[in-house]
Design a protein around this ligand. Structure first.
Ligand code: UDP
Length: 236
């Protein structure tokens, strides 16, 4: 029995660039697709929200004088490109998947609705929910929290490139220690940069558990469902 029956998996755009430093690394993309197919094979219903940081972030545009709203729209379009790549990779290995977009842009993807996403998952497909929330000034972490709540996920899985939540940034502070579990309030009071405050608050208010783990280690996604303690569990 898988630990969670229905999940929202958040994938970071930045991880998708792999060793390339920009854009989409095909090896990483296929590793993600294989791992996602594996959990679908376990009967897990999978919804995905993907970031766009490997292509464009609204904030980086704003720093060089871009209008923030336009920049954020570019960021949202970047998430659609990533979602399309992931969908193609899944389809190529025989896993059904569908791109939904929070901004209307048929025929690239169907316009997102909660019912369509759930229908796709019940039909054995992966619902890839792109363009974040569809609104500027938000992040894909907030989009993930929102979609996780909407689709009634048992948990939101945040796939990152570190293996959980630490007392400090483990890439900068060697004395940082990892939490096996932590509450939303502790994340907020310690000012830990797990997700932005909006996303954390939304999960807290709606009692949506979060599991933070390293998605870049092949095999880790399945381990989350088997119940191996590889990441950090965030609970009320
Ligand atoms: N974005 C947005 N609204 C949303 C989600 C995303 O405006 O609801 C934009 C924002 O500019 C953001 C970019 O899309 O910087 C890419 O998303 P994010 O930075 O969350 O991607 P990640 O860091 O996960 O790769």
């Amino acid at each position: 029995m898988a630990r969670f029956k229905r999940v929202l998996l958040k994938l970071s755009g930045e991880s998708l660039q792999g060793a390339k430093g920009y854009g989409i690394d095909e090896t990483r993309l296929m590793q993600y697709a294989e791992q996602i197919k594996e959990i679908c094979g376990m009967g897990v219903q999978v919804g995905i929200v993907i970031g766009g940081g490997n292509i464009f972030r609204g904030m980086s545009g704003a720093k060089v004088g871009f209008d923030r709203v336009k920049g954020d729209q570019m960021g949202m379009l970047a998430t659609v490109i990533n979602g399309m790549a992931l969908c193609s990779a899944l389809n190529a290995i025989g896993q059904k998947a569908k791109v939904l977009t929070a901004i209307r842009m048929e025929p690239i993807g169907e316009f997102y609705s909660r019912d369509k996403a759930v229908e796709t998952m019940l039909d054995g497909g992966v619902a890839i929910m792109t363009a974040g929330t569809g609104c500027p000034y938000f992040t894909t972490d907030t989009g993930s929290a929102l979609r996780a709540i909407e689709i009634g996920a048992d948990a939101m899985l945040k796939g990152t490139r570190v293996d959980g939540i630490y007392t400090a940034d483990p890439e900068k502070d060697k004395t940082a220690t990892k939490f096996d579990d932590i509450s939303y309030d502790e994340i907020l009071s310690r000012g830990l940069k797990v997700m932005d405050i909006t996303a954390t608050a939304l999960c807290k208010e709606n009692k949506m558990p979060i599991y933070v783990f390293n998605m870049d280690v092949v095999g880790n996604l399945k381990k989350v469902f088997v119940g191996d303690n590889i990441g950090t569990f965030v609970h009320p």
